[in-house]
Every structure is written in C-alpha cells, then in structure tokens.
Design a binder for this molecule. Sequence first.
Ligand code: AMP
Length: 572
Amino acid sequence: MMLQFSEVVKVFEELEKVSSGNKMRVILASFFKNCPLKSIDKVAYFSLGQIASKYEDINTGMADKMVVKAIASASKNSEEVITNYYKKSGDIGETAEHFIGNVKSKLSVDAVFDQFHKIAKLSGAGSQYKKIILLSDLLKNCSSKEAKYVTKIILGTLRLGVGDMTVLDSLAITFTGKKENKKILEHAYNICPDVGVIAKTIASKGIKGIKSIDVVLGRPIQMMLAQRISNIQIIKEKIPGKIAAEEKYDGERVQIHISGKKIVLFSRRLENTTHQFPDIVRELKKTIKTKNCIIEGEIVPIDPKGNLLPFQTLMQRKRKYEVEKYTKKVPICVYLFDILFLNNKSFLRRNYLERREALEKIVKESKIVQLAKQTICNDIECVEEFFNKSLERGCEGILAKSCATDSVYQAGTRGWNWIKWKREYSKELIDTFDLVVVGAFHGRGRRSGKYGALLCAVYNDEQDQFETLCKLGSGFTDVQLAELPKKMKQYVVSKKPARVIANKDMNPDVWFEPKVVVEVLGAEITRSPMHTCAEKEGRGFALRFPRLVRYRPDKKPEQATTAREIKNLSIA
Ligand code: AMP
C-alpha cells in the first residue's frame, strides 16, 4: 500500500488547529496506526518539519529566493508576481498554496521524500538551478495544500509544534497501547536519537526490537548530564563512596566518533560540527591510538601558552567561512573525559573507573588533545581543595563523579552519578538557568517598537511540555534589544503552541515556537500564581530578578533546565 501525501497533509492541517499537546499525540497516534511500515519513518521526519534526522546533516540547501523561482516556474507566473505576493503574505507556504494546484494530486509520501533527498544531494556548480527544476517538477504535481507543506518543509519553516518526544509518545500509544511505555522508547532514543529508526523498529519488531537498539558508530548518543546542588556537602550524601573530582571546563561539549580514518564531531544538540574544528580533527588523528571509538570532551579556547580563556572567545569559531584562518586566530584544545564505545563494544554499562582507564589507554596527550584533569577523593575536603585549584586554573568549577559499580554512562539523563559544583554557587550568587523563549511583550517608552520582555519557560521532561518560569526584561544590551524582533521573527506563531503551558492571564503580545534557549541569572525561586513551572494547586515556581547572561545556541529547547530541577533546588 502506498501512503498518499494528501493524507499526511490532512493530518498536518488538523495538527495546526489543536491547542493541546495531548490532542496532538492522539491525532498522530491514530495516523501512525494506519501508516504502512515503508513510510512511517518519513512521516515521523515530516511531522518534525525535517527530511532526515538532524544529526545526518542532510539539508535541501534552498533559500526562499530559490523556492520563489520554483513556484514561478511551476505555476507559469513571473518571478515578480510571486515575489510581490510573498512579500505581502510573508509566508512561503501561503504563497505556494495560492499559485500552485491545478492538478488532482496522486503524489505518494515516498515520492515526495525521494524528491527532497534528490534536491539535498545536489551540490557544487550549477546545483542551485537543478534544485529549482526538481522542486518545480514536484510542485507541478502538487495540490494547493500539498504545495504549502512541501515548500515549508523545503525551507525548514514548518511549525506544527511537534517535538521528538511528542512522536515517541504517539508511537508508544499506537504500538503498545500505553503511553507509559514511552520510558522504554525514551531509553532507546537516548542511545539512538533518530525518531525515524525508532518508528520503523517499533512498527516492525515491537517493544522487543526497541529494547535491542544499541550504539552505532557514526550515530550520536544523547549526552549524559550533571545534577546541580546548592551546598557542596550534598555531594557526599549523593555519592557515598569514592568521588572523582574533575575540572569543569566552560566551552562546548563534543562527542567524537572515530571509525578508521573518518572522524565526526557532534555538538550537544547532536549536530555535526566537524567542519568547524579541522585543527581538532587533525590532532585526534595523531593522538588517539585506536581506529574505532566514541569519546567525549569539552572544546575550550586557550592562549598560546595553553591557559584557558573565557567561553565567549570560542564563539568566533562558529563560522562557515575562513575556518582554517581562525584555527590560528582562536586556538582551542579538547579536554577528553569519557569513552562510550571502543573496539566495536559499547562502554555505556561500564563503571566510571573502567571507562577512565580505557580512555587513558587510548589517548597520547598533546597540547591540543588532553585528558580532563582529575583526582579521586574519599572526602569533601579533598573535593573542595581540588575545586579551589580548578578555579585558579581558570575552570568554572568541578564535576564530582561517582566511582561506584553502578556509575554507568546514563545517556541523555541528568542523574546523581555526575554532580556539578560551580564558582557561582560557592559565592552564594544564585545559579543560572537555561530557559526557552516562548513569548514576548511589546516594549513601551524607550523600548517602544522593540520587545520589552520575553516570556521564558523550563522544559517538563515528564509531560513533554514547556512551563513558564519568568518574564525576562533585563540584561540585554541595546544592540541585543534592537535585534530581538528580527532574530525571533522566524519563530512567531499565531497562537500559543500546544506544548506551551501558560496561565490564562499570561497573555504575551507574541507567541513563539519553543526554539531559542537563553541562559538567565536569577536571584530567588518563589511560588507564583502567574507561572506554571511544576504547578501545584494553581501556583507554579517563578524566578525572581532574572537577567540575561547569553544566548545558548548549543542547546535544544528539550535540553533546557527542567521543571524537576527547579523543584529540587527550591527544596534543597
Ligand atoms: P552545565 O552545562 O552547566 O549543565 O554543565 C554540564 C556540562 O559541563 C557538560 O555538558 C559539559 O559540556 C561540561 N563539562 C566540562 N567539563 C566536564 C567534565 N570534566 N565532565 C563532564 N562534563 C564537563
């Protein structure tokens, strides 16, 4: 059976109308039920507005001007006519819907998917022109509504409000009958963060197949996270035995996959960042004494003597062009701290000491590739001494790691096997939080024409939803304030996204699809009826005196501070 693309479009239209996360899951679940096995992974990607898993780095490489050209060619209109309409409507989908669609469509999901991938594969000289032709050919066979979604997926601007977790929930409902089974799917997703593979596996092999999903070299693993505490003594309570104190570097987390000569780097968002760090790749080839492993570390900027520099310096390395030139301008090094896979074996279930030993064996240290500095402690005094030394070296603090037999690598989990202790906590300044921007209020007076404040939310990872924590209005520079509306424009949606939970009296002037993460410094956590973070009896947690510290482009919205973390902190 061939699944028609028009069927998918019908479901997308329904999804766009709903305002509750649960309804969204029910709609997706009933659709998955009737999906042929062959197409289920494709539908899963499409519902996220993607054509492949993010880590695969497969992009159509089309800008809106090229899509305008394709619409013009397919509808036999001049480019000018299409451009004018697009300028007025501001929406490429609406533009395509208006001009395309004189046919009765017979397009299958697989045909659309294949055409997207053909477009993505084209590169080099003349490829822009060929991409336009391929898209135009596809549009000629689309109905109006289909054209709307095709162009949105091509440009990556489809905003249904569906996230990876929403898809997992729906798959659990469809194939196991119970939403509770999502835990098993989530566990598999942490090792294989590819909803297409998960969808196909559960549809063909059920829960048993899901349980046997394992590490694959080249496919990133969700990174293990650290808990936070409010008092250093808590480390001893949470880690009763030996504690490995490791320097905490303030840079960019990296997961390195080495397979023969091929080296791939993944960011914390699991995006392929190999092209950004050719210097690290070259050095890894010289310093890693095995041809087959997955290791993790933190990339940090250094001065010519090898001293650590502030995180901000690293931002200059986020570039598409002049990458090589900047390897000299902004030197970096990587501090390795974990190993997840070696010689075709998963190391996830090995304890910390075994993993560290294996890591030490395969690394020949150099100035650019180093092992995270570490010491094994029996008591808190030792941990504190190491912490003070780490600060002197320019680190932002330490990680205290359990050495117990069960100190396994908990992919995608924020457990008590890793605890972070930072300079800010020790000075009793309050901590920073990574929050998701979900709305904005228009500014007044000096800020008129700009945003006056942003509505920020935490992620509730149990419910797969975003719950508001504060209104953020300070800490912005004038330039940041002026640029905000432009920066956020692409995420504006016409109503509150289904997965955002806000008090009915919290009415921002603009709602955003949860995409942008900001790091926010706060002074106190209180209860408030206005916010919905870990809400109980009509009162959620709220952050007082929030200030913007920086944007966190390295974090996905689902990697923001969780509602549970805020709840734990307020109790501690
Ligand atoms: P945070 O981003 O504040 O939640 O702190 C956890 C992050 O610290 C990790 O995701 C790593 O990017 C970073 N980090 C720096 N040094 C280490 C280390 N030695 N072990 C683990 N994570 C580290």
